[in-house]
Design a binder for this molecule. Structure first.
Ligand code: FES
Length: 167
């Protein structure tokens, strides 16, 4: 008889340890993947959303351009609808965010009959100049944000939102 024989007790110990290890790995792997997966996903940073607004129709008068895109937030995906006020400044396209810097209402171009060449927020009568600068003495405390914008095959494409560079 060899001294290397595995006893029944040892065999059971090895077997249970192996089976337990496989079961633990089977439970932990999906959890680890679930936790790490969003980190491994490629981000769409810098992506532009193509709108159906023809660049040729853009003038120096701001027009509202609506656009929608799929937003991925961690594990949650949703369809987001947004809009921008787009106008031309010489050869350059400008796109401003419609979100008021006071409490987040939506501003309109020429919404106040007394100030037809300004953005107007109907919530608390906030006003902004055409370049997005907030009018002193009205509630907003900063300029409207700006979107990256470009001409893609003749149509307006809206990119990431950023701080206003025109003010
Ligand atoms: S939310 Fe726009 S002025 Fe208050």
């Amino acid at each position: 008889m060899s001294n290397n024989r595995v006893s029944r007790r040892q065999f059971l110990g090895y077997t249970l340890t192996g089976v337990g290890g496989f079961m633990a790995a089977g439970m932990l792997m999906p959890m680890v993947r679930f936790a790490v997966d969003p980190v491994l996903q490629q981000k769409g940073v810098g992506d532009y959303v193509l709108t159906d607004q023809a660049v040729s129709e853009i003038t120096e008068e701001p027009v509202r351009v609506d656009f929608s895109y799929e937003q991925v937030d961690g594990w949650y995906t949703s369809d987001v609808t947004n809009s921008a006020w787009v106008f031309r400044d010489g050869d350059k396209l400008i796109a401003l965010s419609p979100v008021c810097k006071h409490l987040g209402c939506t501003v309109n171009w020429g919404g106040d009959a007394e100030h037809p060449s300004q953005f107007f927020c109907p919530c608390h009568a906030g006003r902004y100049e055409k370049n997005g600068a907030n009018v002193p003495g009205t509630p907003p405390i900063g300029p409207l944000d700006e979107f990256d914008v470009e001409d893609q095959d003749g149509f307006v494409a809206i990119g990431a939102v950023k701080e206003n560079t025109l003010v």
